[in-house]
Design a protein around this ligand. Sequence first.
Ligand SMILES: C[S@@+](CC[C@H](N)C(=O)[O-])C[C@H]1O[C@@H](n2cnc3c(N)ncnc32)[C@H](O)[C@@H]1O
Length: 227
Amino acid sequence: MFMKVLLLLVISTFSLLAEEQINSRKPDVYMGRQIAYTMHANAANWLTRTSREKEESTQEMINALELKEGMVVADVGCGNGYQSLMMAKLVGVKGKVLCVDIQPTMLKLLKGRANKAAVKNLETILGEYEDPNLPKQKVDLILLVDAYHEFTKPAEMLAKMHESLTEKGVIVLVEFRKEDKTVPIKEDHKMSKVQIMKELEANSFKLVRSYDKLPWQHMMIFGKADK
Ligand SMILES: C[S@@+](CC[C@H](N)C(=O)[O-])C[C@H]1O[C@@H](n2cnc3c(N)ncnc32)[C@H](O)[C@@H]1O
């Protein structure tokens, strides 16, 4: 029990440090939700901490994406590429991972990790606050892990991501569960299922399925809503 409390304390402290601000002013409120400050690249080590697999069951999450060889996938808000590298293996040399972040330092760290692991089927893209700069109608799946809640222009980002998806393409949100007080993450960095549904449905997406077995996070998969 003592060890569990200690672990939770350490994680909470790191998640607070990770919130060092790159935004010059407090982010807006979107559909009743306070948008979180952007996590600074100075805290990138937190994203590749060794305890992460145990805390978030990251491999299980990646398996639940049901990726196939040859797919074109995007990791938007990729940070230093924790999930990008895992996805690159699964889509294989015929596939590609487009890794988008607004912080050049994050992309530099990702490139370093990819080179070390000899991963070649990924491309880095410097995104903008309202545009991930993805190619139009080319992406089969967009993964957003702990990233959507930081988007300072969520509607604009969703519209651009919608355009980048193929007809059957999906967007996957993985967000810390706001409904669960035991998840040791700051409130603004969590989202409830109801809020996720509200924001995605308002922006022309429909829920296709959800995976509810991750220890701390919601995983919700959306396709394009019928016109
Ligand atoms: C908490 S980190 C998560 C990184 C990675 N997905 C992971 O789970 O390891 C959130 C990342 O989203 C990025 N981000 C925030 N707003 C963004 C935007 N509008 N477009 C692209 N990236 C963004 C931040 O720079 C940061 O690297």
